[in-house]
Design a protein around this ligand. Sequence first.
Ligand SMILES: Nc1ncnc2c1ncn2[C@@H]1O[C@H](COP(=O)(O)OP(=O)(O)OP(=O)(O)O)[C@@H](O)[C@H]1O
Length: 238
Amino acid sequence: MTRVALREVTKVYDTGVRALDGVTLDLPEGRLTAVMGPSGSGKSTLMQCAAGLDTPTSGTVTIGGTEISHLSEAARTKLRRERIGFVFQSYNLLPSLDLRDNITLPLRLAGRTADPARLTRLAARVGLADRLGHRPAELSGGQQQRAAIIRALIADPDVVFADEPTGALDLRSAAEVLDLLRELVDELGQTVLMVTHDPNAAARADQALVMADGRVVDAIEAPTADRLARNLTLLSGA
Ligand SMILES: Nc1ncnc2c1ncn2[C@@H]1O[C@H](COP(=O)(O)OP(=O)(O)OP(=O)(O)O)[C@@H](O)[C@H]1O
């Protein structure tokens, strides 16, 4: 089943920049899809449109069977809270809240309560079971990112969007976060879209989409870091 589908999605900003130019793609369930491409190729815009954070100029976006372009802003916000998990490069944890409250915040904003058993299970899985009462500043970057990943998963979303999730981490913490994302896909059947500049990160994906000038110019199954690095060098004209 397709969790997210884009059909001929074009985004032209007010400045006249055509950031997306007729993008059609499907994010199949239970797969990790990476998006790569040179700076300015449209990766962030793609994620924003696919996640309902921004509206395309034309084309359609369907999330979990719901076509979102005709939804009101309030309805899109509700859909994002209920069906989408987000992971950002900068973790986006609130400093004044402990991990438990950070992780359950999106659910509480949606007027729901977290299942304590699910929270405990997820925290144990990522090695944070004894840290739930700690504030973000008391944790390493890798631990904060793992907490952010649980926050993304707590509502059992249709899809998780991860924007440069390893961008701020050292090699070892980055590897742990990538292992975790792989586990979510392989063991929980999660659907993940990850934007990354790092060919080694993208090589952990089932498929890598390569963007250039607002289009998906390549879709590589079981990508290797070497192949992706070569591909990007060619596109950057280096
Ligand atoms: N809010 C905006 N208003 C106007 N133009 C924008 C806006 N956001 C992005 N752009 C332009 O759209 C194009 C695609 O930008 P986007 O941020 O999607 O690329 P990217 O591949 O994510 O880049 P990077 O790797 O540098 O983050 C660029 O030319 C950018 O300058």
